[in-house]
Design a protein around this ligand. Sequence first.
Ligand code: SF4
Length: 864
Amino acid sequence: MTETRTTCPYCGVGCGVIARVDQGEVSVRGDENHPANVGRLCVKGAALGETTGLAGRLLHPQVDGERCDWEQALATTGERLRSIIDEFGPQAVAFYASGQLLTEDYYAANKLMKGFIGAANIDTNSRLCMSSAVTGYKRAFGADVVPCSYLDVEQSDLVVLVGSNAAWAHPVLYQRLAQAKRERPQMKIVVIDPRRTATCDIADLHLALAPGSDGGLFVGLLHAIMQRGGEAGAFDEGEQAAAVAADWPPERVAQFCELPLMEVNTFFDWFISAPRAITLYTMGINQSASGSDKCNAIINVHLASGKIHRPGCGPFSLTGQPNAMGGREVGGLATQLAAHMNFEPEDLARVARFWGTERLAQTPGLMAVELFEAIGRGEVKAVWIMGTNPAVSLPDSLAVCQALATCPLVIVSEVAADTDTSRFAHIRFPAQAWGEKNGTVTNSERRISRQRAFLPSPGEARPDWWIVAQIARELGYGEAFAWQHAHEVFSEHAALSGYENNGRRAFDISRLANLTREQWDEMTPVQWPVGKPLDLTRGWRDSGRLRMLPVLPERTRARPDARYPFILNSGRIRDQWHTMTRTGTVARLMQHIAEPRVEIAPSDAALHGVQSGDLLRISSPRGLMVARAFVSEAQRPRSLFVPMHWNAVFARQGKVNTLVAPVCCPQSGQPESKQTAVRISVWQPAWQGELFSRDNVTLPPSVHWLRKAASVTHYTLAGDKPALPWLMAFCEAQGWQLQQAQAGTAWHLLAWHNGELMLAFWSDRHLPETDSARVEAAFARSPATAFERHALLSGQAADEQRAPGRTVCSCYGVGENTIQEAIRNGCHSVAALGRTLRCGTNCGSCIPELNALLARALLPEAAD
Ligand code: SF4
């Protein structure tokens, strides 16, 4: 048995994890010594052990769809890249990296692209998540510096969460905040979000403002601060910023944001009177055509009120990914050079000296959306995609797929064998996964932690930095990439951060550059700058003064009209991560929300004849998707919410980004993924069904399908053409014995082979209720008795025990029906439910939903 301290590979909270390997079984627990989580894990982190299997892994290199050895894959890639560079120049090549990469991987990729291929066309999926925040910090502080820590969140008097459903997207930080609120109930929490999300569970005030109108709220707050003695003159452009804000009295703010005036004034009063205030913001702010200005509007109010750079205060952008911050540190964005240096003459000369190159890119490269547009136009002819799935995650995903389909050279470094993006790849490199990789990541609070390997590298999987270094060698730059170990890459990166720094760049970790391999292996989490206090004015070379940006609120580019009357918001759900390549394979993480769903307000549902459970077609001028309706009072009228995770591997027509236009913030290049004008129509298919199968089933193109994680293959299906002819033909072709039953419009079909259940199908006009656990158990029983066969065929009603229902607590697998029954039986608090069912007693992510169930069941009694 071994235990290894490492870091969670999901969100930017960056929790410490202790991974235990015992006879090949991996289990995890929170690391009590890690300052980010102090022992806590959320449900995704707690399920990490279940994601380390090799099912679905890419284990060997492939060229043009054929397996080959590394030597051939590297040589072919080098030849094809060289030929494109020689014929079309370095600008015809691009890398698209990921906040999932380790810092060492990112450093290597950035060095090869900018330093030696000689173009700055390396961008990253972090562009989609926090590049507006980067722009905001750089414009205000002169450097990309996040001036806060998680401790500040706990120590504050007023915590403002804007555009952040932290309860689901940053669960452990949310749990820390919830705990602080329990200990200091006088601490106030304000949630600013068009939806009433799970985060509102602990809010003293929820401002359900019009989608995308947040800028108005913060510009108006600046005006209110200035009226009550705020200080703007000490900052560059402070007076101009205050003058612009003077046109935004609370009445105008209330109208712009569609909020009651009283709520606006309450928020302003609380912010101004709080001794300490901190604003947490993330994708709801950043993913906007005016995202950078919104970030500066937030920073402005902290500067003018003096609520910055002291405990419990500051503008705190939360990163979505585990190493988005590491990517920012190495220069993994096309608009940065390296180590917080820019495309300025002094920086260019310095980095060229350090890397020993004469080929350094001299100008910024293509940002994510531009990059794929350039591929579509044929200007970029080779793209290397590392650890990300742009065919799902970029806006206008149909155009992205078309671009990839026509690109002469698509290289993919991946863990998963099949992703929407890798289907377009000419060359596939098998990368190491979490548990096999070795390196560092940086979380939202600038804390660098080690991700350590505790599993052997399977098949021919290799570290990403190694693959980059080998390709550099093939291109003739091997000398500059002669690292033998990730520790050497880290040392070089750390040395560059201090190179000719002289106190001018805040990002300085050069004290770590001389760590021995053993010391690096033992490295404990550390915040940068290492060994120095954070000085926010360090980035301002001339005045040394911070800057307030004069910003005006803007409306969203998406304008609903008679044809597209809804504003669609996209975002994360509690138990899934990104495009589900990891979490989508874990059955218990699939059970909270098991399919793409569209949340709609009751008034809109009534107007459009929609009921919960209906299938809706959602369309925009860009494309179409299908999702199941979920009527929710948490949703603002004329707005919809759809999860961002589903893709072509898990659903037909489940990708929300087919709808989203590639409209970006002009300063940051970040797409406006939070607001898209769409319309809906109810789709009433001729039938809907649940299909369970021991093996994969080839589904005809006419069938709408969703794949669900289970111990057997499980699809939810719907269609307009009859299902039974092709299904029975499929079973008969296998030589299976069929058993079927019909009652009205309901069909049940079971297929058996040598007494083993091979396939089970239930269909009806509406989706029939099936108890997945019971069906899966039937697949495990062999051979089944005649009684068992008939009981299964006659449906789950034969089972005396009621199905547990939709999973609410994923840690202990507690379903909604079970919880409702416990409430009926006298469990009238979260604590009582926890004592009886254990739900909510581990990671705590389900507590907001437990509270909602209690509130609904106990009305008009108050839930505690
Ligand atoms: Fe991982 Fe984020 Fe959950 Fe922590 S909060 S365990 S980093 S997903």
